[in-house]
Ligand binder design. Structure first.
Ligand code: PRP
Ligand code: 7HP
Ligand code: MG
Length: 181
């Protein structure tokens, strides 16, 4: 609804641009995993939109699973240790795993998750993320599929929230400062 979008001071990516980029990523992923048993692991909650669109743009059958990990408030010094709030249901040993998320910021979530899933005997673990903030990275994270690298600004929409709001915005953009006050 227009009123929800009015809080965006700058649209970085429109719904159409996002869908085009997702299709490009899906084509690459479909090629790379042709003939392979692939499990998509979505990171709740932000990855819901990417998972819905990316999975349906793939030219192959996939299994989908979800994890929820403890998010640390920006106010706390994150030790890099992350708690599992909801673990996988799938057994990923011997299988190809693609972690799906909407953004890599400090890299702490996906750095920890990659090693945690890697310890379960998968055939491979890779990352697909729509956004990445290279300037904010605090841990090395190898992401095989990245939609866009963006500046170190707070963005919302398409799964990205500010205090649990704005996830359902169809575009991705930056919030007007008035929202923070
Ligand atoms: O690279 P990082 O600094 O770890 O930040 C990126 C993570 O933070 C956000 O999730 P959050 O933990 O806020 O939970 P949410 O997905 O439910 O919003 C986002 O969805 C990523 O998963
Ligand atoms: O820019 C951003 N917007 C919303 N959530 C997060 C998490 N990390 N970075 C973010
Ligand atoms: Mg998240």
């Amino acid at each position: 609804a227009a009123d929800v979008g009015d809080d965006l001071v700058e649209v970085l990516f429109t719904e159409a641009q996002i869908q085009t980029r997702i299709a490009e990523m899906a084509a690459e992923i479909s090629r790379d995993y042709e003939g392979k048993d692939l499990v998509l692991v979505g990171v709740l909650r932000g990855a819901v939109m990417v998972m819905a669109d990316l999975s349906r743009a793939l030219d192959k059958h996939v299994e989908m699973d979800w994890m929820a990990v403890s998010s640390y408030g920006s106010g706390t010094k994150s030790s890099g240790v992350v708690r599992i709030l909801k673990d996988l249901d799938a057994d990923i040993s011997g299988r190809h795993v693609l972690i799906v998320d909407e953004i890599i910021d400090t890299g702490l979530t996906l750095s920890w998750l990659t090693s945690n899933l890697g310890s379960r005997g998968p055939a491979s673990v890779e990352i697909a993320t729509l956004l990445r903030k290279p300037e904010a990275l605090q841990m090395p994270v190898k992401a095989k599929y990245v939609g866009w690298d963006i500046p170190n600004e707070f963005v919302v929409g398409y799964g990205l929230d500010y205090r649990e709001t704005y996830r359902n915005l169809r575009d991705i953009g930056t919030l007007s400062p008035s929202v923070y006050s």
